[in-house]
Design a protein around this ligand. Structure first.
Ligand code: HEC
Length: 202
């Protein structure tokens, strides 16, 4: 009798395993290492006045220190930066909705921040650039999504923000269009990465 009950239990258990397909949340993804140290492109002499030399040098130092190029350079997010297009935007995007969901995440592609008029920030005002960096505000006043870590830059001094602006204005303009933002639920046609910190629910 005891043996029979044990047998039944085993069968139910096996059936249970066979019908419940465990979800593999990482299916379709691979682990990559972002490039964490990236030289910022050198400022081009002649694009700034001699009085601005120190400011521009400070801006270059800050852009390296704050890791702007890791997002804003093609390939850097997946460990293979295209140095000819430093700071000219990334065709690898960043997901901005929770991972492992059933639908496709929303994806944003870090912008071209070289002074190219058409595809970069060549026609942005100083105020617009520093608003983007320190307050995450887009050119037309829309609040930016969290993928740009502006919260970490919010307390940057006016002088430091001005240094970054002066530097970005003095690098080589690179014409490079990044893919459009992809709304949550739509399938991105270009690759993207996930960032984030998650904790288990109690
Ligand atoms: C973790 C990734 C990441 C880092 C690091 C980062 N950014 Fe961004 N940045 C973004 C994304 C994403 C956008 C939004 C692009 C869009 O709206 O199309 C953006 C937008 C911008 C914009 C507005 C340009 C535009 O066309 O939208 C500027 C200017 C900018 N970043 C400058 C910087 C600077 C300077 C730094 C370093 C101090 C920096 N970013 C660091 C991801 C990043």
């Amino acid at each position: 009798m005891k043996g029979a009950r044990f047998l039944m239990f085993t069968v139910v258990l096996l059936t249970g395993c066979a019908t419940e397909t465990p979800m593999d949340p990482l299916k379709g993804y691979e682990e990559v290492d972002a490039t964490t140290i990236l030289d910022a492109p050198g400022a081009i002499p002649g694009t700034y006045s001699p009085q601005n030399r120190d400011l521009v040098a400070r801006g270059e130092y800050m852009v390296e220190l704050l890791g702007c190029g890791v997002c804003h350079t093609d390939g850097a997010l997946v460990g293979d930066p295209d140095f000819d297009r430093s700071l000219a935007g990334s065709a690898t995007g960043i997901a901005f909705t929770a991972p492992m969901g059933k639908t496709h995440p929303g994806v944003i592609y870090p912008a071209n921040i070289t002074p190219d008029d058409k595809t970069g920030i060549g026609t942005w005002t100083d105020q617009q650039i520093s608003n983007a960096v320190r307050a995450g505000i887009g050119r037309h006043g829309n609040r930016r999504i969290a993928s740009m870590p502006w919260l970490g830059y919010a307390k940057m001094s006016d002088d430091d923000a001005a240094a970054i602006v002066s530097y970005l204005r003095s690098i080589k303009p690179v014409s490079h269009e990044v893919p459009d933002e992809v709304a949550p639920g739509r399938r991105a046609t270009h690759p993207f990465v996930y960032f984030g910190v998650y904790r288990s629910k109690p």
